[in-house]
Design a protein around this ligand. Structure first.
Ligand code: FMN
Length: 226
């Protein structure tokens, strides 16, 4: 197998995992993934990611706290996000993703209660034993660029998980409870939460992991100039 083939295999094998085994990932393995992710590029090499890895009793406490925050309507995102802001092809793709997921897990589109229950699985990390929470410092007008750097970090982290036989899912939804999470972990409010990544060993038998979402052809995303 050439290195190219190896890269292509890892990049195509990565997908968002929405059901995990409870098996704890050894510390040494988590550290290997973190060292890989640290190789992500960033604007001027600022490496502006501030990562909190949460496992065990703290993980359970955070899940409990954000579920309670959700019940109380305490939604405190550092950065706004509304799928309704997507239009045209982007809107169609987000709708197709929701449809594919709910079909895979057998939830009817019109069943609001079932959909809410399924969405709440985000807050128990889809059963993952570990979460990585991605924070960034306050950087004024560099915010969008630093958020891009965190995206680079996140994808490197996710690819490393895949290469190590693990899986993960990036979750903007965890950032909706930024205040609660900061309070639980004693994180200074000057650090803003962009998203979290739940990770662990994928449950191979779960319907939630049985589908793969289609990627559009490069012609839809790329314009060639010469
Ligand atoms: C930054 C980011 C945040 C995301 N947030 C969520 C989330 O909160 N909940 C969720 O179920 N999926 C979330 N996703 C997963 C996307 O739905 C998923 O990446 C997309 O459908 C493509 O599927 P794939 O990851 O399997 O290729 C997020 C993805 C990214 C990149």
């Amino acid at each position: 197998m050439t290195d190219t083939k190896l890269f292509q295999d890892v990049v195509r094998a990565r997908h968002s995992v929405r059901a995990f085994l409870p098996t704890v990932v050894p510390d040494a393995l988590i550290r290997e993934v973190l060292v890989d992710a640290q190789h992500a590029p960033s604007n001027c090499n600022a490496q502006p990611w501030v990562i909190h890895i949460v496992s065990g009793a703290r993980r359970d406490a955070i899940s409990k706290a954000i579920l309670a925050a959700d019940d109380a309507g305490r939604i405190t995102p550092d950065f706004p996000f509304a799928t309704s802001n997507f239009c045209d092809a982007y809107r169609e793709r987000t709708a197709a993703q929701g449809k594919a997921y709910y079909e895979a897990i057998g939830v009817a589109r019109e069943d609001f209660d079932e959909r809410r229950t399924a969405s709440q699985l985000n807050l128990s990390f889809f059963g993952a034993p570990h979460i990585a929470l991605l924070f960034m410092p306050v950087v004024g007008e560099n915010e969008v660029r630093v958020a891009g750097d965190l995206g680079m970090y996140g994808q490197t982290f996710l690819l490393s998980l895949t290469a190590h036989g693990l899986g993960g899912i990036p979750q903007t939804m965890l950032g909706f409870y930024a205040d609660t999470i900061r309070e639980e972990l004693g994180i200074d409010p000057s650090f803003k939460m962009l998203f979290g990544i739940s990770f662990g060993y994928p449950d191979p038998n779960s319907a939630a992991n049985s589908y793969r979402i289609e990627k559009v052809a490069i012609e839809e995303s790329v314009t060639f100039h010469s």
